[in-house]
Write a protein that binds this ligand. Structure first.
Ligand code: HEC
Ligand code: HEC
Length: 367
């Protein structure tokens, strides 16, 4: 009985020692894994900081400042439908805040319901892009806004008609004078472009990803971090980099294989080739910024793909020759979700415009 008790006590003691040892080992292992995890997280952050940059406060330059008067005028013009030939076309019609500055259509509809040749990208953060339009056909947002007056979206036959529509609305002349002080005749198509451009240069949408880049720990979930890692490792970042996570270069769509086989595009768009007629530019498009991409379906220059998962899968395949697993795609899509920012306040609400009816009969020759 006594011996048995002793043996029992011994066994108990051994068991306690063993449990203790296991606990210490497990603790040490957890510690090692934790330290490893911290090192991996730090490495991931470092790689991300090398490839991307947080968004600046605005996209102003010395040549294109964002003075409050210009921005306020540009914001009104952006929302005004009365400068188009049908009194319906406006920047906001195809770039509405409720859809994050895109219109949700595969291809936009211009005046008198004319179909546009391409999908409308968002105007958010576009002031940071190195060129404007899918094929880079516009140098900057100012030039884009000016030329839009004569495109399918507004349908004006010439700038004189367009500016006569602006002048026909009492109130605008004074606002142009304030925005462009010292100019004898400030109501011009160039100033229309500069005012709208100044407004667009303020439409910047920092997101959780910017906090992450700033070093704030815990801003990305485990799944988003894995998505970021895959985005870097697979090579998406070769093209989608910088503060816009894109928007900084032209690249061929279909590096490894023809894009239309995957997107099932009905028409084949030659991209930048249409402008330069240089074979080297065949199927080259501006690499789109992936900021807010989760909010701006459908995808690609022709809106041929509805789901972001599918767009990511296609990118892996035709740009990198990689068959991403469903899990990889889910994780990348989760990471892309961290690029959704808050709508700027001066975009989320509508401005009050100078009151006046649309003048359908404004003659082309009116000054
Ligand atoms: C009828 C629809 C429509 C209207 C109206 C319209 N847009 Fe667009 N917008 C588009 C489409 C479609 C594209 C893509 C054109 C292309 O790349 O070939 C585009 C492209 C743009 C881009 C370039 C985006 C990028 O990523 O390169 C900007 C900036 C822009 N529009 C601003 C404006 C402004 C400012 C106005 C008003 C002056 C305006 N849009 C009026 C449909 C429209
Ligand atoms: C070789 C350059 C390149 C690489 C690598 C690349 N992309 Fe792209 N990406 C582009 C170009 C160019 C487009 C525009 C294609 C078009 O519509 O004409 C694009 C478009 C996209 C779009 C659609 C955006 C929109 O608004 O319509 C998404 C999403 C995207 N890429 C994600 C990715 C992901 C994720 C990867 C990695 C798996 C990746 N890209 C790799 C160049 C690249």
């Amino acid at each position: 009985m006594k011996i048995q008790c002793l043996t029992f006590a011994k066994r108990r003691r051994n068991a306690v020692i063993a449990t203790g040892l296991i606990a210490i080992l497990a603790g040490a292992l957890t510690g090692i894994l934790f330290a490893q995890g911290v090192r991996n997280d730090a490495k991931l952050l470092q790689e991300a900081q090398d490839a991307f940059k947080p968004l600046p406060q605005d996209a102003a330059t010395t040549e294109y400042p964002v003075s409050p008067e210009r921005v306020s005028l540009g914001r009104k013009l952006f929302f005004d439908p009365r400068i188009s030939v049908d009194g319906v076309g406006s920047c906001v019609k195809c770039h509405p805040p409720a859809l994050y500055g895109a219109d949700g259509l595969a291809k936009s509809r211009g005046v008198n319901d004319k179909l546009m040749p391409r999908n409308a990208p968002t105007v958010l953060n576009v002031g940071l892009h190195f060129k404007i339009h899918w094929d880079g056909g516009r140098e900057n947002v100012e030039g884009q806004a000016k030329m839009a007056l004569l495109g399918i979206g507004f349908g004006n036959p010439d700038y004189a008609t367009a500016m006569s529509r602006v002048r026909a609305i009492p109130g605008y002349t004074e606002l142009f004078e304030k925005a462009f002080p010292g100019e004898a005749n400030p109501v011009t198509e160039d100033n229309w472009g500069k005012a709208i451009g100044a407004y667009e240069r303020t439409l910047i949408t920092p997101s959780r990803f910017d906090e992450y880049l700033g070093g704030k720990a815990g801003t990305l979930s485990a799944q988003e971090s894995r998505g970021l890692r895959t985005f870097l490792k697979t090579g998406c970042v070769q093209c989608h980099d910088g503060s816009g996570v894109g928007g900084g270069s032209f690249e061929k769509f279909g590096v490894v294989s023809e894009y239309w086989k995957e997107t099932r595009s009905k028409e084949i768009d030659k991209g930048r080739f249409n402008i330069t007629k240089d074979d080297a530019d065949l199927y080259q498009f501006k690499v789109p910024s992936l900021r807010n991409v989760a909010m701006t379906a459908p995808y690609f220059h022709d809106g041929s793909v509805n789901s972001l998962h599918e767009a990511v899968r296609i990118m892996g395949k035709v740009q990198l020759g990689v068959d991403l697993t469903d899990r990889d795609v889910d994780e990348i899509v989760a990471f892309l979700g961290s690029l959704t920012g808050k709508l700027p306040e001066n975009f989320a609400t509508a401005p009050v415009l100078p009151p006046a009816p649309f003048d359908a009969n404004r003659p082309a020759s009116a000054k």
